[in-house]
Design a protein around this ligand. Sequence first.
Ligand code: CDV
Length: 313
Amino acid sequence: MDRKFHLAVAQVGGIQPDEDRSTVVRRLVDLLDDAHRQAASFVVFPELTLTTFFPRYWAEDRDDMHSFFETEMPSAEVKSLFDRAAELEIGFYLGYAELTADGRRYNTSILVDSSGAVVGKYRKIHLPGHAERIEGLRAQHLEKRYFEVGDLGFGVFDVDGVKFGMCLCNDRRWPEVYRVLALQGADVVVLGYNTPTEVPGWREEPHAKMETHLLSLRAGAYQNAVWVAAAGKSGDEDGAHMIGGSAIVAPSGEVLAKARTEDDEVVVAEVDLDYSQSYRESVFNFEAHRRPEHYSLIVDRVGRGEPLPVSFD
Ligand code: CDV
């Protein structure tokens, strides 16, 4: 990819529980074609793109959820997406549920380059929700039940000459994620999400759900001088509503493009990697201005605690 290229986020409207992988993948290929028509050379798909957002369902036996997981990537059904992307010479990011050969379950994303090769993998670290059934809910949020905390850290990968960092959904709300990726030279941070309007124990007005989503992307982009692109699964899924707002944010923190609908929709913006440079050389010149010797509490302490003693004259 050149220093300037077109980046697309492919928002995916609701996927119903009875929608099979092949139908979903046909929708993804249509979105890819649309992105190609708009000159995109990289496309971001959502978190857990291939199925309905199944952590809303309770299963006593975790193995009963295995039909939502992939044991290989590309699977037979997803191969047509890989083939079409390689034919169009488009790279992409895809989120899916991963079941490993030794039986581990992760909420995973991959980076695929323009030749169709998988060049990066991430397993979600900030898993929201709960592990046990909460009675009386219309929808559970059982990510802590169905997934293990990712074991790959926050990696940065070269995709066709551009450095991409990845994360997934709830990760986007944590400033440490962007900083760890930016410290490894990420140019673009890509992520997929599923943000239900109703999350157990998380009281937030509907307008604030969209506001805090965009605020997180914008702060991450600006404070780290990176581009951020986020693709959501959106609209109604089996009676549960998820926010739209798939967006591309510049290092200035400005939203350059955002989905208008809650359906399948492609949003494209031109990325200029040189634009990040002015921020990297001034306000967020890390080498000149960061003071990590004063940040150790960030890794030493997980939760809120007492103020540290400060001696002064
Ligand atoms: N899939 C997610 O990680 N969703 C979370 C919340 C809403 C549970 C999010 O931060 O969007």
